[in-house]
Design a protein around this ligand. Structure first.
Ligand SMILES: [Zn+2]
Length: 151
């Protein structure tokens, strides 16, 4: 996996797909970084305009009031998630994965993070070849974001 910063986008090249996180998406991540020891994990969903093997991630939804948040955990509101998926789908954008913050500089997914994205994969009817998991840490991009592809 190679991660670079190109034209203010974070570009990640996987074996099967190239993921571009747009400046708009990075702005959402930035706004929710877990900078204080007391701040809580935040997260949401990622939506992309898929052009062949290039996934342009152009929208990231933020935390909702019905989400339950703690410093080391994040439980999304599943009904709101399905509504977000439907809304973006009618605008031509595919649901391509989830993101959340971690209180560490260069973030890595926890065992539980991997378990939950695998669970989403199993329970979803997907139109994509897999799902992304983005973890947002404290370091500047691209070091401060971890992107993994799960299929
Ligand atoms: Zn996590």
């Amino acid at each position: 996996m190679a991660v670079t910063l190109e034209d203010s986008s974070v570009v990640v090249r996987f074996h099967r797909v190239t993921v571009r996180l747009s400046p708009e998406v990075l702005k959402v991540f930035d706004a929710h970084r877990q900078t204080g020891w007391f701040s809580r994990e935040a997260g949401g969903q990622l939506f992309a305009d898929i052009q062949g093997e290039v996934w342009h991630v152009v929208a990231a939804t933020g935390p909702r009031s019905a989400d339950r948040r703690g410093r080391f955990h994040f439980w999304p509101d599943r009904n709101a998630e399905q509504r977000e998926i439907d809304e973006h789908f009618s605008a031509g954008l595919e649901y391509v994965g989830d993101w959340h913050t971690h209180p560490e500089s260069v973030p890595t997914p926890s065992q539980n993070d991997i378990y939950s994205i695998m669970n989403v994969l199993r329970e979803s009817t997907l139109y994509t070849s897999g799902l992304l998991l983005c973890i947002v840490g404290l370091a500047p991009f691209p070091e401060g974001v971890h992107v993994s592809f799960h299929a």
